[in-house]
Ligand binder design. Structure first.
Ligand code: ZN
Length: 506
């Protein structure tokens, strides 16, 4: 007897998505290897290998056949409820398909060539502090970003399609007032507590053997629920987490032999990203749904584990004695309070990736605002370095003397388009508190459990309420469902005021 499927188009579409997924995963394995183990001379060939895999998966996805299958599969599943997994898969794939087929392949080719040239130049121009060399390229990047947006109709701001790619559903119109409220709350708060503990040396700024740092970091990650049969930890210059499927999600970290906090918080941050991906429902494996909902929701989980857990007093009640036992020469005899204060120092700093919890969003808001102004045409690229300095001076009270630690510091504008790459960091910080508070409403206060080194209840709740959905729900709907409200900055500001007020009696 032959069994014929009632949904042949959906079956063929799933098989096609699985092929695309395999090509994407292969590219990501190459990319992971490039950042962790590849000898430096391998870079030229590796770039070619990855771009071939990129092109093949893109062509397969945007082909007419994908469009036909989507239309037929929609008919096949017309009777299903909207929250059925097949309906959700078709909704997400349909949105992606429309998004990616709007833009002509020849344009994407131009962007890709321009981007690799710009990235190459940036690698030399940043150490040389040579903004002038990048200026004409950056002007083209602004033009290309505007051209990208011009393929989308009915948009209110040229950044909207770029934001939507990373953080679906968000727009300049929704983000601008949120970020403005956040900035208005943060600037005076930073002013009140900045540089308070500066005279006391940090117990973490001593020599800690790199191997021991990695070993301890991995133990801490496992405490959060990171499963080494489904993951591993390697070194990378710019730490990241990457998923090769629901059962292989890897993290990387960086080590400074003279500052334990670098590896410690990079590891906790990437563990948060990894727990999210490891918690995705295995039934979504091999489809476009088997990943985080958006860049902001992803970042909410790295920041939740890094900050709401890893920089809390309750966590240090447990982690302090644990680290003192692992590093008796450096940390034996250091009080929990001293450690807690040391990991929560607020400093005026120039580098986003080294920023503390309180000033971090101001670094992001500077970039978000400048990118919008570049796209609107109210700021010219030639004036960007000065605008950067002015904005830093007024929001953070400090300004770089060179461009290396100013406008050239981040890879984002030199390795892609301008307008959609920074908002996710701040959306993530804001959401991390809303989601954490929802967890405590459901589970009760978590302090005593953290102080005992028990993070299982939190991880299970997040997995059940958030992680398992992958991309089944749109980010804004997911946030509403998990937290019971829309995204709002007030809980985040209240958390920061409470925490830093208590730390500094402000
Ligand atoms: Zn992150």
């Amino acid at each position: 007897m032959t069994v014929t499927s009632a949904t042949p188009a959906l079956d063929e579409l799933r098989a096609r998505l699985a092929d695309i997924n395999a090509l994407t995963m292969a590219r990501d394995v190459l990319s992971w290897d490039q950042s962790t183990h590849m000898p430096s001379s391998g870079a030229r060939d590796r770039g070619r290998h990855m771009s071939v895999l990129n092109r093949l998966s893109h062509e397969l996805f945007v082909s007419e056949r994908t469009g036909e299958l989507l239309a037929q599969a929609d008919e096949e599943t017309a009777g299903l409820p909207g929250d059925h997994i097949d309906s959700q898969l078709l909704a997400v794939v349909g949105r992606d398909y429309r998004r990616y087929t709007k833009v002509p392949p020849a344009f994407l080719e131009r962007v890709s060539l321009h981007t690799s040239r710009t990235f190459h130049e940036w690698q030399q121009a940043r150490p040389a502090d040579d903004f002038a060399r990048l200026r004409p390229l950056l002007e083209q990047t602004v033009e290309l970003s505007r051209e990208f947006s011009s393929y989308y109709t009915g948009i209110a701001h040229p950044a909207d399609p770029l934001i939507d790619l990373a953080d679906e559903g968000f727009t300049v119109a929704t983000l601008r007032p949120l970020f403005a409220r956040l900035r208005a709350g943060l600037v005076p708060l930073v002013e009140a507590v900045v540089d308070r503990d500066d005279s006391i040396p940090s117990p973490f700024q001593q020599f800690f053997a790199p191997d021991a740092q990695l070993e301890v970091g991995l133990e801490l990650a496992q405490r959060f629920g990171y499963d080494l049969s489904r993951g591993r930890l390697d070194l990378a210059a710019h730490p990241f987490a990457t998923s090769f499927g629901v059962d292989d999600v890897r993290i990387t970290t960086r080590v400074d032999p003279h500052d334990l906090t670098q590896s410690l918080f990079s590891t906790l941050h990437e563990t948060g990203h990894a727990l999210y991906e490891l918690g995705v429902d295995p039934r979504l494996s091999g489809t476009s749904l088997a990943q985080g909902a958006s860049s902001g929701v992803h970042e909410s989980q790295s920041r939740l584990w890094e900050n709401l857990v890893g920089r809390s007093r309750a966590y240090w009640e447990w982690a302090g004695p644990f680290l003192a036992q692992r590093f008796p020469d450096q940390l034996g005899g250091v009080s929990v309070d001293a450690m807690y204060r040391a990991v929560n120092r607020v400093k005026r700093s120039l580098i986003r990736t080294d920023a503390d919890e309180l000033t971090y969003n101001l670094h992001v808001i500077v970039r978000f605002e400048l990118a919008l102004e570049l796209l609107e045409g109210s700021l010219a690229v030639v004036d960007l370095p000065d605008a950067w300095r002015d904005r830093y001076q007024s929001y953070l009270g400090v300004a770089p003397t060179d461009d290396r630690d100013g406008v050239l510091q981040d890879i984002h504008w030199f390795a892609g388009m301008i307008g959609g790459s920074f908002q996710g960091y701040t959306i993530g910080n804001v959401l991390s508190v809303q989601i954490f508070e929802a967890a405590e409403r459901a589970l009760g206060p978590l302090d005593a459990r953290f102080a005992a080194g028990d993070f299982g209840d939190l991880e299970r709740w997040l997995r059940t309420e958030l992680y398992r959905y992958g991309r089944r729900l749109e980010p804004l709907d997911l946030v509403e469902r998990v937290t019971g409200s829309a995204m709002t900055v007030e809980p985040y500001l209240a958390y920061l005021r409470r925490k830093y007020g208590e730390l500094h009696g402000a």
